[in-house]
Design a binder for this molecule. Structure first.
Ligand code: ARG
Length: 397
């Protein structure tokens, strides 16, 4: 037992972003007698640790942990979801949803290390993120108390939070007016609020963070070759890359071509519809390429079964059930299907679009001798007649 657990303990570990909400959370918790330890997950978002450190300290935190979780995020969360082909409501590549259970996992880990009895987060009561973080925490350590200050506190607007920070000497940059609520990581950017709350209003230019407007791209199309090993992308244009470099390069390339912008109205877990704008250039390109390779190497029954499951997988991720037995069992199934998913997919990328132009694999199920209509054809045409007779037998009227 850690020593700190024995004394009367009121230590809490807060998932800290360095922004306005979570900075207010620090002070708010401290005012209620908590000893606040901040935890910052580095999932590849733009991150200014020095500013965050200053803010956390000024707000009254005793410590700030910053942990680089990028590799784990990619290998244990992003790749399994890509391999499953899971896309929520047919459009969302789940960047935010995938980050939350990982944050939850480390909140628990830091809480154990620090001997804390509670964890906290800055999510609102209307969103999915509170569910994802809290479910992860409860599945990993149900004894930890969970505090969600934003669901409880008295502030009704951003201005009131800014005033609270001023009052308590927490340095907050209010020079640029915040128009959107943005969540960002390696796998994509999620943008909501402001004018986007009108589902008929076209997203203004300033809503987009990492992609160019396709209408303004002045580049001729380019080609990219992506190599997969067992369903995981491992090389770009013949160059072996780490997952992180590969995703970053595709985000950059796709972003320059205005690829991977998504505008949707989605169903939140809490029952409301919300308008969301996403940017996921790498995700968009990799899903397309991965699926194409599967179509070359998987038999039709496996493909069909896997496709049916993909929706359910996406739903589990979106609903915060990453650590559920069902999600883990589905991943085990998916991994078996990926044994053959090795090979190269060639894509052509232009302003706002990506096209598959070629695919090859040592495990290909494509047989030219069967598919061909020229003299190399080895397909037994005479067998077709009998096959059709029996196939249709049950339905003959
Ligand atoms: N609607 C998306 C989801 O539930 C994105 C949430 C983004 N959060 C944010 N603070 N902007 O996964």
């Amino acid at each position: 037992m850690a020593k700190s657990v024995r004394k009367k303990n009121k230590k809490v570990v807060l998932a800290y972003s360095g922004g306005l909400d979570t900075s207010c959370c620090v002070r708010w918790l401290k005012d209620r007698g908590w000893d606040v330890v901040c935890f910052m997950a580095d999932l590849g978002q733009a991150l200014d640790v020095e500013i965050a450190r200053k803010r956390a300290k000024a707000a009254g935190a005793t410590k700030l942990y910053v942990k680089n979780l990028r590799k784990e995020f990619i290998e244990d969360f992003i790749w399994p979801t890509l391999k499953a082909g899971a896309v929520y409501e047919g459009k969302y590549y789940l960047a935010t949803a995938l980050g939350r259970p990982l944050i939850g996992k480390y909140l628990v880990e830091v809480a154990h290390k620090e001997g804390a009895v509670a964890v906290a987060h800055g999510c609102t009561g209307k969103g999915n993120d509170q569910v994802r973080i809290e479910l992860a925490v409860r599945m990993l350590d149900p004894k930890l108390k969970i505090i969600a200050p934003v669901r409880e506190w008295e502030f009704r607007s951003r201005e009131e939070e800014v005033d609270y920070c001023r009052l308590h000497g927490i340095p907050i940059d209010v020079s640029k007016k915040k128009v959107y609520s943005i969540d960002e990581n390696l796998w994509g950017v999620s943008i909501e609020c402001g004018i986007l709350e009108d589902p008929y209003a076209e997203p203004p230019k300033d809503a987009f963070q990492i992609t160019k407007d396709p209408a303004e791209v002045r580049k001729s199309p380019t080609y990219v070759e992506i190599e997969f090993r067992k369903g995981i992308p491992v090389a770009l244009n013949g160059k072996r890359l780490s997952g992180e470099s590969l995703i970053k390069e595709l985000n950059k390339l796709g972003g320059e071509y205005g690829v991977g912008r998504i505008d949707m109205v989605e169903d939140r877990l809490v029952g409301i519809k919300s308008r969301e704008v996403y940017e996921a250039p790498a995700g968009h390109i990799l899903y397309l390429a991965h699926r194409e390779l599967e179509m070359l190497v998987l038999d039709r029954d496996t493909l069909f079964f896997k496709d049916n499951m993909a929706n359910r997988f996406a739903q589990l991720v979106y609903y915060g059930l990453w650590y559920s037995p069902l999600r883990r069992a589905m991943s085990a199934f998916v991994d078996v299907t990926q044994e053959r998913v090795s090979g190269v997919v060639r894509l052509k990328i232009g302003p706002g679009w990506v096209q598959v132009v070629g695919r090859k694999s040592p495990y290909t199920r494509y047989k030219k001798s069967l598919a061909s209509y020229d003299e190399s054809d080895t397909f037994d045409h005479s067998a077709a007649e009998g096959f059709i007779k029996l196939w249709g037998l049950p339905f003959e009227g």
